[in-house]
Design a protein around this ligand. Sequence first.
Ligand SMILES: [Zn+2]
Ligand SMILES: [Zn+2]
Length: 391
Amino acid sequence: MNKKYEYSDTTQLSPHFNAKEFRCKCGKEHEFMISNELIEKLEKLYAALNCSKIIVTSGFRCTAHDKTVGGSGTGQHTLGNAADICCYGQDGQPISSKVVCCKAQDIGFRGIANITAAYQYTHVDVRPNGKWYGDEVHGNNTVTDDFYKYFGGEDMKGIDVSVHNGNIDWGKVKADGIDFAILRAGYGRLASQKDEKFEQNYAGAKAVGLPIGAYWYSYAMTPEEAELEADVFLSVIKGKQFEMPVYFDLEEKKQFDLGKEQVSAIMRAFLKKVENAGYFVGLYGSASSLTTHTADDIKSRYTIWLAHWVDQTNYSGAYGIWQHSENGKVAGINGNVDLDICYKDFPTVIKGKGLNGWGKTPTPVPNVPDTGVTVTVQIGKDSYKGTLKKV
Ligand SMILES: [Zn+2]
Ligand SMILES: [Zn+2]
């Protein structure tokens, strides 16, 4: 049972939400209920979207009021489990409900819906059972299992390459329908371990206008070694611009043998350092390593590049890119190449925020708060092309 509040109650429930915002708006000054979990998740949403404010347009509703606004009189609002909200970004503008729905899905709201055709208002709830992902513009039915796919349109097809792929004809790659590439920048702790084809691949992909990201292959056994790897990685990519995220790739058996706690500490050390230098950084990992060797805080904070070479992945966590094959054939590349699908419009977000070499001076700042570089997702239909591989 959710907690009850007197109509006059003005308890500050969390840093950004006061009880009075959830009062019924029917005009009768009666008591109301609010779920603690709803408030917790709204705070997470606030942080994840880097909001300047969230306006609650409708919180608790009595039966009569719920019916007045078109509800059944028994819905989640009448139980104190729901809020209709408008989220505002740091620029003072409403954040698209498409983005809010995707983030709400990541955070684990069980009821989520876009409310208006203008995509400004979003319903979120913490119903006790089941899941409802709706779009009230199209009726009150569940419309999707995944808002990223529902709002994202078609996805970007990509490849990831290293020196092992030899000399690449990037013009042919692009003409074959590839929309982005992730380049191996190097490995380990020494500057001499820069990937031998990194500069060539960077120049070649840039020349044909392909969005690119980069990754660093780790051998670190301690967080300190991971920081040294981050330093080398940052020196290798310095002065370059990436439309896609840059990734930490940890997959050595001797590293996994250290156990989940130490592996997670190594990951955090690298990711934090690269993020603080002004990069949209993510983690590459197999479905099993993400499940068994990666702490939850890492998976919720950093974008995930999932490696799972199957037709349909059963990995249940969130991910922005899926590497679905290591046996791809793409024009312009001899032999097999890793194939990827991207579900998020990273270029818009990264360029918009001036990360990855696009504008902001990448000065390492030791005390950047966790919300300093926010991993948000902008769904820009125009940036999606290519063919959707159903997952
Ligand atoms: Zn009422
Ligand atoms: Zn609602």
